[in-house]
Design a protein around this ligand. Sequence first.
Ligand code: KE4
Length: 428
Amino acid sequence: MDRNQALFDRARHVIPGGVNSPVRAFRAVGGTPRFITRGEGAYIFDAEGRRYIDYIGSWGPMILGHGHPAVLEAVLSAAREGFSFGAPTEREVELAEEIIKLVPSVEQVRLVSSGTEAGMSAIRLARGATGRSKIIKFDGCYHGHADALLVKAGSGLATFGTSTSAGVPPEVVQHTLVLEYNNVQQIEEAFALHGAEIACVMIEPIAGNMNFVRAQAPFVQRIRELCTKHGALFVFDEVMTGFRVGLHSAQGLYGRLIPGFKPDISVFGKVIGGGMPLAAFGASRDIMAQLAPLGGVYQAGTLSGNPVATACGLATLREIQKPGFFEALGQRTRQLVDGLQAVANENGVPFSVDAEGGMFGFFLMKDLPQNYATVMTTDKERFNRFFHGMLNAGVYLAPALYEAGFVSAAHSEADIDATLAAARLALK
Ligand code: KE4
């Protein structure tokens, strides 16, 4: 029997679904998940020893590729000094300073261990800072699995959330309103109806949980104006886009499209941990002063700012600041998506692509979708055939049509060419 299958059978005895995060189980695409033994640069290897060009990169963190020497060295030397102390260390100050240097809207940060924890804390902070309960999110955006955020779009604006998950009591999601992404009219109406009660609006500026859908600049600008007018806070969930779509994250991009644009609270994860468990949320000094031990909003964590994780994150952030890093990464990613588009056109397959920095998406439809409902009209069977065609050719794409893809600095021109050759066959 195939070693992946044997491991999967064994895993399912002791771990629900055989995985520690649902998307890894391949349930959306079918087939047997690959059990990865090691990573090396742009590649990962499965239990059968097969090599894959990796376009997941741990869902974003591995922007330098697997096993970057400088990062590995930083982690090993930090680990030799100690894994965790439960006391402040200089390195978490250095990491905070690095994030603040690169993200002008952030004056102070709090480090935590996962994007979920960062997003959950950002919501609590927004509610504590405003004294309000209502929050707005958008259909298709994922902000981690905190109860208040596991909510599906209600029908219209009056009905507040019904949860997408068992185990979340209605009371917990009654304050969460889910609107359509890129729908300016709905956000206008929501503020007209509930403006005085809204603590925050939370958004993925480029929605990587709908594969790759950009928030249109006028939409972002209108949310910014309405939040300012009504005293609500604008939360940018940059867990996926942060330091991935550009050195100054998505807010750097929107700062160029919308003069003076800044979110109120920013959430980071993935890249800032370089593959180790580390995330963060940040805001102005005034907003962050609401957090314990200064203010009344409680938030804590045993491994927050972990000394080994901060070493990994810092080494990663230092590498991506090197001259030309994002130009090269952006070029490589563009080469991939433009090549995929060309191959799809050659084969008469309706296809559209988009990319920013080291993050990309593609859709088996002619025009780029602007919201979740449109994304979900994708022909799932067709996507799954493409996914498996690529996987069998040694190209590991996201095992779900609503997930984004990631290119690392380790991906070479030859890797892109090999990917396009595989796509030519798979699309045929
Ligand atoms: P984590 O708790 O998984 O570290 O972060 C949650 C999160 C928050 N915000 C955004 C925009 C995110 O994309 C995520 C996590 N992303 C998923 C991929 N779609 C992680 C993969 C998984 O769930 O296994």
